[in-house]
Design a protein around this ligand. Structure first.
Ligand code: NCD
Length: 311
């Protein structure tokens, strides 16, 4: 099976069979990651540079572990403390790194489109680790793997994506992926956070959580992205939790075996009840983190195969 892409910039560029290929390969890495010896050498000799222009804990750690488990030489650039602060442009930084001959560049940036721009300027494979409100493809892929393993399939499911859709690259990538795999998607939140134009993605929009959650198979909660808001989006956190926070009473309206997801980091008591988030019978939040490493290993392996073909 051929994965005909040089970069992983967004789910929008992937076909159904690309998505399935990544998830199938990731399954192999889920098994490897559960062994005591987790090493493979598919990226041996290759250099992976992680450039995070925006704070990250789990995504950066996950990409770093994924690269190391595949035998790559992995370097993390501390972009907060780098020449960017001295006024260097994104492209100059990228060109400087490019001259060091990396093979894989993992980039997170606060501006939508910045990662695509950078990919046009470098010779290596670029993986988008989140750009502004645009895309976060490996998050959607790890969510897809988590859903497929929990539900036994990744099509014809009713999936609710709830909360701060407007500011969320996670929601956007998931909408595209889950739509491509032919699921029914509902977006639930106040109109300030779920603008009507999101119906273009083929999703149904609800502003009433109780109505929207009725009979869904999957409940995906989103973090309230306060750092991307300039005020006026929600009345107060208390009121928001009351109307849109996921708790056991609201979850009871979903299917009895519905799973609860969250990409992290969570605001407990704002978008989700802490006890529910920790309930291993309903919440798959820890599995999402586990699947993240496996999916990133698979994506990097598929891109690296194309590097050696081009050489
Ligand atoms: C998400 C992100 O950074 O887009 N987090 C993540 O990658 N685990 C979601 C978020 O920040 O809310």
């Amino acid at each position: 099976m051929r994965f005909a892409h040089r970069h992983l910039l967004g789910i929008e560029h992937l076909s159904q069979s690309d998505i399935t290929a990544i998830l199938d390969l990731a399954e192999k890495y889920v098994d490897l990651n559960r062994q005591s010896t987790k090493h493979s050498d598919v990226l041996a000799g290759l250099t992976q540079i992680n450039m995070f222009f925006e704070n990250s804990t789990r995504t950066q750690a996950s990409f770093e572990l994924a690269g190391k488990r595949l035998g790559a030489d992995v370097m993390n650039m501390a972009m907060q403390a780098s020449s960017i602060k001295k006024g260097e442009t994104l492209i100059d930084t990228a060109m400087t790194l490019n001259a060091m001959h990396p093979d894989l560049l993992v980039v997170r940036h606060p501006h939508s489109g910045a990662v695509d721009l950078l990919a046009q300027k470098v010779n290596c494979a670029v993986l988008n680790a989140g750009d502004g409100r645009h895309e976060h493809p490996t998050q959607a892929l790890l969510d897809a793997l988590t859903i497929r393993r929990a539900k036994g399939r990744l099509h014809r499911l009713n999936i609710a994506i709830c909360g701060d859709v407007a500011h969320s690259r996670v929601a956007r990538s998931n909408l595209i992926l889950l739509g491509k795999m032919e699921n029914r998607i509902r977006l639930i939140g106040p109109p300030t956070l779920v603008p009507a134009q999101f119906s273009e993605f083929g999703a149904e929009i609800y502003d009433d959580m109780r109505e929207g959650l009725k009979d869904v198979d999957v409940v995906m909660m989103l973090r309230l992205q306060k750092e991307r808001m300039d005020g006026g989006f929600i009345p107060s956190e208390r009121e928001y939790y009351h109307r849109y926070g996921l708790d056991a009473a609201k979850l009871a309206l979903a299917k009895p075996d519905a799973i609860v997801m969250h990409p992290g980091p969570m605001n407990r008591g704002v978008e989700i009840d802490g006890t529910l988030a920790d309930d291993i019978n309903r919440s798959v939040i820890q599995e999402q983190v586990e699947m993240g490493v496996a999916v990133r290993m698979a994506a990097m392996e598929l891109l690296a195969r194309n590097l050696s073909e081009a050489a």
